[in-house]
Design a protein around this ligand. Structure first.
Ligand code: GLA
Length: 382
């Protein structure tokens, strides 16, 4: 699938700019468990997938830069010394943001042209934004020999998102997209930014995504609100992040926070624990336990952290009715996007069909099913 993306950006680039580009593929990600824990210094369990963004990039000698998003049929031109955030929600902010953050680190880049094409639907909660940011920083690092490490590159991508896109995201998406390892998920400690790979081979079970194909508005502001709620509770507790607190600590300040925020902090503390337990369950090949943790994660996201939505809850409730689905939950920031399902291979197709049918009846809207492969992180295509 990514082969056609790469062919498309390459051919368009040669036609448009009459020179051979450098080609990069940058994947999206899934996350098995550990949601909204990254910016709390906790653990997450993502993996890069075989869907993502292909980019073709090369130096420009016309005195300006051009970026083309083939999927959107959108072209922008810009000058490196006149960068500022474009209007909210526009794709060029990802590009401008990365360039600006590279410049902030006193790294010198010259003019360039870049063309993108991707196959992660926007709003799917599979990090098309991180894939895009990483493709830009990776391409520029190669092209202008900036000597950035992968960790520096993902911090640049993350800062671009904070300062140009306006989402105060954690590091999970950029990490998974950059450092992904084929057939592995990464238990990432978001405090140290170090991960342990876990080979994922569930034998007679697999991970399957179902995209609600909805993305409710306000998700960005709700995200930032939750992040600041967590940070203020950490401050009240006198710790750096909620990673450093346990349920007993939290009980001590119960009178000082609203019941809603109390539940949010409790969710985070419990989810960090669940993520570590999930790693152990995978080590022990205990899929029943893993599945139960995944369902518990959804329950917390729905009822405590309150980042789910009717469409996601509906798909999870469909999963719960089917004994071949060991676990299901919303994935990513929330308010739409995909559920991730741990399901018996032999049941996957039938459940995909029955859930899609029920979803259509309930919401008069189609959902989409993705069978994914765990893949390598951002890389050059030769
Ligand atoms: C978004 C953010 C991540 C992470 C998830 C929730 O994907 O970009 O940093 O916080 O939401 O787990």
């Amino acid at each position: 699938m990514s082969a056609t993306l790469i062919k498309d950006v390459k051919e368009t680039f040669i036609k448009e700019f009459k020179t051979t580009p450098l080609l990069i593929f940058s994947p999206g990600r899934i996350n098995i468990i550990g949601e909204h824990t990254d910016y709390n210094g906790g653990f997450v369990f993502p993996a890069a997938v075989n869907k993502g963004i292909a980019a073709a990039i090369q130096k420009s000698d016309t005195g300006k830069c051009t970026a083309i998003a083939l999927d959107l049929d959108s072209t922008i031109e810009f000058e490196l010394d006149k960068l500022k955030p474009s209007k909210e929600g526009s794709w060029e902010n990802y590009v401008f943001g990365v360039v600006a953050e590279i410049q902030n680190r006193n790294k010198i880049i010259g003019d360039f042209n870049i063309i993108f094409k991707g196959n992660i639907p926007g709003g799917a909660g599979m990090s098309s934004s991180a894939a895009l940011e990483n493709s830009v920083v990776f391409g520029l690092n190669e092209l202008f020999e900036l000597g950035l490490t992968k960790t520096e590159m993902i911090l640049i991508s993350q800062k671009a998102e904070h300062n140009y896109v306006g989402v105060n995201c954690g590091i999970m998406d950029q990490y998974a997209s950059m450092f992904g390892i084929k057939d592995n998920a990464l238990l990432l400690d978001c405090r140290t930014i170090e991960a342990k790979p876990y080979k994922i081979d569930f034998k007679d079970h697999q991970l399957m995504l179902i995209n609600t194909n909805v993305k409710h508005s306000l998700s960005d502001s709700a995200y930032n609100d939750r992040r600041s709620a967590c940070e203020s509770i950490a401050k009240l507790l006198g710790v750096e992040t909620l990673r450093d607190a346990n349920e007993k600590d939290l009980e001590k300040i119960i009178d000082k926070v609203t019941p809603e925020n109390y539940q949010k902090a409790l969710y985070v503390i419990q989810e960090i624990e669940r993520t570590q337990k999930a790693a152990k369950a995978i080590e022990e090949n205990d899929l029943e336990t893993l599945g139960a943790l995944i369902y518990a994660s959804h329950n917390g996201l729905q009822n405590q952290y309150k980042v789910s939505c009717d469409e996601l809850d509906f798909l999870v409730s469909q999963a719960k009715k089917n004994k071949h689905v060991l676990g299901a939950r919303m994935m990513g920031g929330g308010f739409g996007g995909c559920t991730i399902n741990l399901i018996a291979n032999k049941e996957a197709k039938a459940f995909a069909e029955s859930a899609s049918k029920a979803y259509k009846t309930k919401f008069n809207n189609e959902c989409s099913v993705y069978f994914i492969e765990l893949s390598d992180g951002t890389h050059i295509i030769n």
